[in-house]
Design a protein around this ligand. Structure first.
Ligand code: NAD
Length: 251
């Protein structure tokens, strides 16, 4: 049960087939929004969309967020299917390779920047006009704690996430007086397939110990913050960067 009421709202959630995005799509749908899950994993995306919400309330569209024409089509689908766009969660992202900056793979750099940074820009680029046509809305960009602090061996991810925080601020300045709020959020390490696939047990222990709260976060804890920022309860929140990190960045 959720305290929010998004009935009459239409949402796009990129990367909504798994982990944090899936939890966001689920919570927005539970609160009454029509949700388009935009993800490049079609098998998973179709399955997740079918498993969430009532008949017809959640749909899936295959998209690679690093391709602007595909992102444009995903936004157009939301507008065509459900009549507008009011909420967007630009969440799709990858971890990318790990390695010291002086040896970092060039193709890995490009891929992370294309998906985690340009992908968020393409989201904003097409969501904002659709939201202006729909009377305004709220956008949440998925940064990370690594949008405000560094992390060794992860130069591309850290650069992309810092960039997401910056582009969020610029977009908020441009559109806050036109009824669109834009915020970014900074989750600490969250138990999702992204983390489970990239960290072994030992690394998970080390990463857990970096969170003063003594555990990793859950996708639902991140989705709660996203829902708040999407809601009218957050009507004065725009241009912000909000952490949900078990005090990781408080140290
Ligand atoms: P995840 O791997 O569980 O989910 C990511 C989803 O994005 C997947 O469904 C994947 O198919 C999709 N995706 C990846 N590349 C895509 C592309 N080019 N186009 C469309 N879809 C694409 O990961 P997650 O942990 O839920 O991460 C979601 C977001 O949260 C990412 O942006 C990640 O950087 C961020 N984040 C995660 C953590 C964490 O610890 N898990 C912490 C901070 C921030």
């Amino acid at each position: 049960m959720t305290r929010y009421d998004f009935s009459g709202k239409v949402a796009v959630v990129t990367g909504g087939a798994s982990g944090i995005g899936e939890a966001c799509a689920r919570l927005l749908a539970e609160a009454g929004a029509k949700v388009v899950i935009a993800d490049y994993d079609a098998d998973l995306g179709e399955k997740v969309a079918a498993g969430i919400g009532s008949e017809g309330a959640v749909s899936f569209t295959a998209v690679d967020v690093s391709q602007p024409d595909q992102m444009e089509r995903a936004v157009a689908k939301a507008v065509d299917d459900y009549g507008g766009l009011h909420l967007a969660v630009n969440n799709a992202g990858i971890g990318g390779p790990q390695g010291p900056t002086g040896e970092y793979p060039l193709d890995g750099w490009q891929k992370v920047i294309d998906i985690n940074l340009s992908g968020v820009f393409y989201g904003l680029r097409y969501e904002i006009p659709a939201m202006l046509d729909s009377g305004g809305g709220s956008i949440v960009n998925m940064a990370s704690i690594l949008g405000s602090v560094g992390f060794a061996q992860s130069v591309a991810y850290v650069a992309a996430k810092h960039g997401v925080v910056g582009m969020t601020k610029s977009a908020a300045l441009e559109y806050s007086n036109q009824g669109i709020r834009v915020n970014s959020i900074g989750p600490g390490f969250i138990k999702t397939p992204l983390i489970e696939e990239s960290l072994d047990d030992e690394a998970t222990k080390v990463v857990t110990s970096l969170h003063p709260i003594g555990r990793l976060g859950t996708s639902e804890e991140v989705a709660s913050l996203v829902a708040f920022l999407c809601s009218d309860d957050a009507s004065f929140c725009t241009g912000g960067y909000y952490v949900v990190d078990g005090a990781y960045t408080a140290q």
